[in-house]
Design a protein around this ligand. Sequence first.
Ligand code: ZN
Length: 134
Amino acid sequence: MTKSCVSMAVATCPVCARQHDTGELLLDRRLRDSLEPKTCTGWKMCPACQKLRDDGYVALVGADKLKSSGSELGEVWRTGRIVHLRASVFSDVFDAEVPEQGMVFADDETLDQLEAAANRTEQQDDAEEGGDHG
Ligand SMILES: [Zn+2]
């Protein structure tokens, strides 16, 4: 690929693992043609996942511990399964604070239980609160 002095910054979404443009341009400070068309700058949620997070959801990302080489974002072996839980449901189920990064890894078994719990709770919420938005 042709190199140039500008490069489009791309980031990998920690939730769905898609690469997406961050909208930033990188520039070689000496204007040498040293850069690939795209430069991966690290981990950042993609617009779709970020939107869910902004809407108050926590992403549970399916991970297989046995196949993972570690617990870092780049080391976890992803099963491809993603469950979005409302923050209030997450706190209920895990009895824990919502993670600052808006996502956690979970194994398949946990995701099965969560999906069932989430469905139950959503129905209850709808009945009790009548879709009240605060
Ligand atoms: Zn994403």
